[in-house]
Structures are given as C-alpha cells and as structure tokens.
Ligand binder design. Structure first.
Ligand SMILES: Cc1ncc(COP(=O)(O)O)c(C=O)c1O
Length: 369
C-alpha cells in the first residue's frame, strides 16, 4: 500500500494511523514541543518530474491567469478534442479530471459497490484506499517472485470483482508488463469486470503506443485507461488528468465529479499535450536521473529494479521503515510501501541531480548506521 500518513519527522510511514501529539483539539495534548523535524535536503519520496513543464505550458498557464475571474468551461472541449484526435477515439470516450487520482478514486469507489477491487501489491494504492474508506473491499494479489504484476493470479480473481486495477508501469516497481500479455489479460478480465489501467508514466516507456491499452477501448472493451499531466508533463501542481473509456464510463465519471477544473491547468495541458520535442527532452532527463540512481545503488552494492517510471525500487537489505528514518535523519526523504514481500525495499524518486548527489553522499553512512 502506498502509505499516506506523516509522522513527527514528516516521514511517510506504513500501516499505523499516527496523529501528531500536538494535533489541534487533541485531548491531553502534550505540553512539550516535539523536537523539530530534521531538514529534508533531498526529496526522493516524490514521483513528480523536476524537469518541469514545457515553455508553452508555462506561458499558457500564465496567460490563463488573466481570465481567472471566470470558470473554465470553454477550455474543456478543445482539450478533450485534442486528446481524442491524438488517441484515435471519439470525444465521448475522453473524460477530464482534476489529476488522475480523482478519476481513479471515484470510479474504483463506484465499481467497488459490485465487488472487491482486485489489485496487485505493491502498487499505487492511494485511490484504492480511498475506495476502502468509502466502504469498498480490497483484494490484494502479491506480485510474482520477479516483482512483476502476476497477471494469471489477477485473472483468477477477476470473476466476481467490482473492478481490476493494473498500474503499468507499476508504481513502485517501475516494471512494465509485456504488452501482449497485458492485452490478453484485459480482454478476458473485462468480460467479468471493468479493468482500470493506470498509465500515469506511460509517456516515458520505450513505445507508449504499443504499451498503452487504449486500443482495447477503441475495440469497445470495458477498459478504463487513466492518464495524467502530473508526471512526465511536469504539471502536478495544476491537477489535470483524463480517462479514455467507453462513453458510459465517461458519463459515470462526469456524474461523480463534484467540482470544476482550473483554467491554468487546462490551458497548460492543451499547450503541451503530445509535444514531441518536450517529451524527448523530459525523457532524456528522467533517464539520466534513473541512471544516476542505478549507479549510486551499484556503488553501494544494492539491487535496483529497472524502472520505466520517475522512481526506482531499491532493496536496501535493511528493514525499510527504520532505514527510512535513518535516511530522514540525514536529510533524505524516500518512500516505503506496505508489501509483505518487500520489507527491505525503498522507492527512490528521480529528484533533481543535486538532490541525488545528496543521496549518494548520505547512503553509505545510512547503510553503516
Ligand atoms: C501510478 C499513479 N497513478 C496516478 C497518480 C495520481 O497522479 P495525479 O492525480 O497527480 O494525476 C500517481 C501519483 O503519484 C501515480 O503514481
């Protein structure tokens, strides 16, 4: 499970619900101030893209500020049409959302009314945990021994599921599934339940058109592909995502979303979607960051999985929650995941090269601690 709570050190930790002792209104709150958290100098817990947005996206977002007194209705259709044209689907098959997390959370919650959400573990669990908080049931399927999503095991649980969630490339492992195997899985599983394929990082995969499952939507399958401008396009702070799905799923999403979209985000997304030169630049940058993480791991004798995301999953050989705290005490934030098969693994984000230099400097000390 992708843990979401912060402890007094500002660390993301797994499992227990921690409420800071100084939380407002807490009965019997302690009278002594807690020690100040150590300053984090390297934010490697993130999956955003430090390369940042394209110049055109920045300009469009800035210009959109002139019209902020007005709602952004008029900006939605042009972005929907742009996406539909590029992906070869009809505009009715494109649903915008405020970051893909919104669509993933609302749809998985709705689907969970019909049965459990079947999902690999570990994966990007945030939307699934949202569904669980609304009463949905989760059915975790451990990844295989090679850390890859176990498609046959997922398939065996699809009958009776409310939906099946697959993240490709998976977060945190960064592994991409074989496209033919995933396609065959989606075709079969979508006969029993909607299949959500979260393609948050697909733009930096070797061949996005081959790895994406959008062709199955075109064929009429009950597959919901989720995409985002938050990662590779560098627009996490502007909250724009979309789904490509059957028109009835898009209508379902629209009926669930309670709020409007923001102008700067829609304008920026329209300005950069499919910008080949920008995508090539951001891909080169992220690959260099990943190469740097691999080199740091190799220099310290650690195993890292080959990643297609903006992060690398690393086996530290040490209990990961304690190791996370050790790194934080040295100014480096990383993320850990609830996965019984990965008690010693951490996820290291492709932060800026300067932050990765800090990781390189700190890691040997943390491993000796
Ligand atoms: C796999 C995956 N999907 C979806 C999201 C949600 O991103 P956003 O809501 O910013 O589009 C994230 C963010 O970390 C992610 O890692």
């Amino acid at each position: 499970m992708d843990t979401t709570r912060r402890d007094a050190f500002g660390l993301l930790i797994g499992g227990a619900a921690l409420v800071p002792a100084w939380a407002p209104g807490r009965a019997g709150a302690q009278t002594v101030d807690p020690a100040p958290p150590p300053a984090i100098r390297a934010h490697l817990g993130v999956t955003e893209n430090p390369y940042g947005p394209s110049r055109a996206a920045r300009k469009a977002a800035a210009e959109a500020l002139n019209d902020t007194p007005y709602y952004a209705w008029a900006l939605e259709a042009p972005l929907v049409e742009l996406i539909a044209r590029r992906e070869g689907v009809s505009p009715e098959m494109v649903g915008l959302c405020n970051g893909s997390l919104e669509a993933l959370s609302l749809l998985s919650t709705a689907f969970a009314k019909a049965g459990p959400i079947v999902a690999p573990q570990p994966t990007y669990a945030t939307p699934l945990l949202y569904a669980q908080r609304q009463g949905g049931k989760l059915d975790w399927v451990p990844v295989a021994a090679d850390h890859q999503i176990d498609l046959p095991a997922l398939a065996a649980r699809a009958a009776g599921a409310g939906c099946v969630y697959v993240c490709n490339p998976n977060n945190p492992t960064g592994l991409l599934l074989d496209p033919d195997a995933l396609r065959a899985f989606c075709v079969e599983a979508s006969k029993s339940a909607p299949v959500i394929v979260d393609e948050a990082y697909i733009e930096i995969s070797p061949d996005p058109a081959v790895h994406s499952m959008i062709d199955l939507v075109r064929e009429g399958r009950d597959v919901v592909v989720a995409r985002t401008f938050s990662k590779v396009y560098g627009l996490a702070g502007l909250r724009v995502g979309f789904i490509i799905a059957q028109p009835e799923r898009v209508r379902q999403l629209k009926s669930l979303i309670p709020t409007h979209k923001g102008r700067p985000g829609l304008a920026a997304a329209t300005a950069c979607y499919g910008d080949a030169a920008y995508l090539a630049g951001t891909k080169t940058y992220l690959e260099a960051c990943r190469a740097k993480i691999y080199a740091i791991c190799r220099a310290n004798g650690l195993t890292a999985l080959p990643s297609h995301g903006t992060y690398v999953f690393v086996d530290t050989g040490k209990p990961n929650l304690a190791f996370q705290k050790t790194l934080a005490s040295l100014g480096v934030e990383v993320r850990v995941f609830d996965s019984p098969a990965h008690p010693t693994w951490i996820r290291v984000g492709t932060a800026s090269p300067a932050e990765l230099d800090i990781f390189a400097e700190v890691l040997p000390r943390a491993l000796k601690a």
